[in-house]
Design a protein around this ligand. Sequence first.
Ligand SMILES: [Zn+2]
Length: 124
Amino acid sequence: MQDNFNPNKIFARMLELTNAGNLPLVDKVPEVEAKVSLLPDATISPAKFKKHPQFERVWYAHPQTIRAVRPDVFVLGEEGMEDFIKVVECEKCRAELDLQFWKHCPYCETFFAKELLSNINLKS
Ligand SMILES: [Zn+2]
């Protein structure tokens, strides 16, 4: 079957391989290739993420959340993130949001005012 050559499937198979000591042969995605996949699931509340039961770097989120989240957030390490915290209030729905995570409001899809974004230093 053509699908057997899908790189994601091949990687999933690699993760299942074990060595003679029955330990995983490949335990995670190499750091440089660290990428997260977000799969749409409309049953999840906006701004929430649910881990895939098997794959460490696969998450489910509402399609609205996927559109709003900054794609580079998940690639960054968890340490040091507090340096970039900038909580703002959505002008429309009044939700408190951290600008380092969102391109626009994940609840109502309102874009943030330009002056809020101008003094924050983010990639892309
Ligand atoms: Zn909002």
